[in-house]
Design a protein around this ligand. Structure first.
Ligand code: KG4
Ligand code: ZN
Length: 331
């Protein structure tokens, strides 16, 4: 039996546990979604998220162990998300990991959730060739990073306001399409035409992102509309604007920093439109596109376990304590 890491992820609204080998082979990956609980609020309700994690975490870990056919003695270490995230959610994962670590006599390592996303493109098989440009697009964050290796990471930009996932979710709510917004807005966009010239904030220069203006533009458009909204065309116009922003900034970064591959990770990396446009960009730039399988684009514990192996290999053991506002460059 190979040495194994048990990963635990509870930063937001998915309770996840996974067992992963040092090469990123995923022996099991359990994700208990809370979509049903939060959908009626149009977003994550933090207190309910924490409560749901309490109920799901032990069954999720038990299932991860049984599906991978291992017992606690096969585990080398436990890796658990320490932040950024919702405090009540993070504490459930962190306390569970600490208790198990003590009971099983295993080291417990605190992992930055964003580092997990950055490493998700190597889950299942090694895809990333370095140096790599990374576009991270999730519900909480949007940034570009340059990776010289799996552990040598320079964050190049961030968003001045909202993340792109947040923008998707809010636009979805405005259009009455439900939560989470990304998948349904993408699907709706496919049947519409991009007829509305929504803005592309901060497109002309720099690597920084801004999405609140785009969100407000959709809201104002709906507010002053005199006829019933054409939801398909609004979604298509919104997605076109988002794609142009993401691809333009990524192209600019790839022209500035040497890179063999482009890595696109985070929940919005599940978008078929983004996957297609990122492939076109890579064809244009002569780079290799590295994407995690869709099931590991959104939050999961396998990516946390793989990031744990990086720390084990470096001999660095960040404490399994909450780090709510982890600075971006402290990956
Ligand atoms: O990475 P993630 O699961 O959680 C965070 O760390 O935030 O990302 C969640 C975000 C949500 O905003 C969701 O709407 C978005 O990812 N998302 C998508 C798609 N699937 C999920 N956005 C666009 N297209 C999708 N297919
Ligand atoms: Zn995430």
């Amino acid at each position: 039996m190979k040495e194994l890491v048990l990963g635990i992820e509870t930063s937001c609204d998915d309770t996840a546990a996974a067992v992963v080998t040092p090469d990123g082979e995923v022996l099991s990956s359990i994700i208990v979604s809370q979509e049903e609980i939060h959908s009626k609020f149009g977003g994550v309700f933090p207190e309910l998220a924490g409560r749901a994690h309490v109920l799901s975490i032990i069954p999720a870990i038990e299932k991860a162990l049984s599906e991978s056919g291992i017992t606690p003695k096969d585990i080398h270490s436990i890796g658990v998300t320490r932040g950024p995230g919702l405090v009540g959610s993070l504490l459930v994962g962190l306390h569970t990991a600490s208790g198990l670590g003590m009971g099983w006599d295993k080291p417990v390592i605190g992992i930055n959730h964003l580092r997990g996303h950055l490493r998700s493109a190597d889950l299942g098989e090694k895809r990333v060739e370095y140096p790599a440009m990374v576009l991270l697009v999730s519900g909480g964050h949007t940034f570009l990073a340059h990776m010289k290796s799996a552990v040598d990471i320079d964050v190049l930009s961030s968003t001045r306001d909202d993340s792109v996932g947040e923008c998707y979710d809010k636009v979805s709510r405005m259009l009455g399409l439900g939560y989470p917004g990304g998948p349904v807005v993408d699907r709706t966009a496919k049947t519409g035409e991009a007829t509305i010239p929504f803005p592309r904030p901060m497109l002309q220069k720099g690597l920084e992102f801004s999405f609140s203006g785009l969100k407000s533009a959709v809201s104002r458009y709906l507010q002053f509309l005199e006829e019933p909204p054409n939801v398909e065309n609004i979604a298509a116009s919104f997605v076109e604007s988002v794609m142009e922003i993401l691809i333009t900034k990524t192209r600019r970064a790839m022209l500035k920093y040497p890179c063999t591959s482009l890595v696109v990770v985070g929940g919005v990396a599940a978008s078929p439109q983004l996957r297609e446009q990122a492939q076109n960009l890579c064809d244009e730039m002569g780079a290799k596109l590295c994407l995690p399988p869709i099931k590991w684009s959104t939050d999961n514990a396998a990516m946390i376990a793989l990031a744990t192996w990086d720390y084990i290999n470096l001999g660095v053991f960040p404490a399994a304590q909450p780090a709510l506002g982890l600075p971006m460059n402290e990956l």
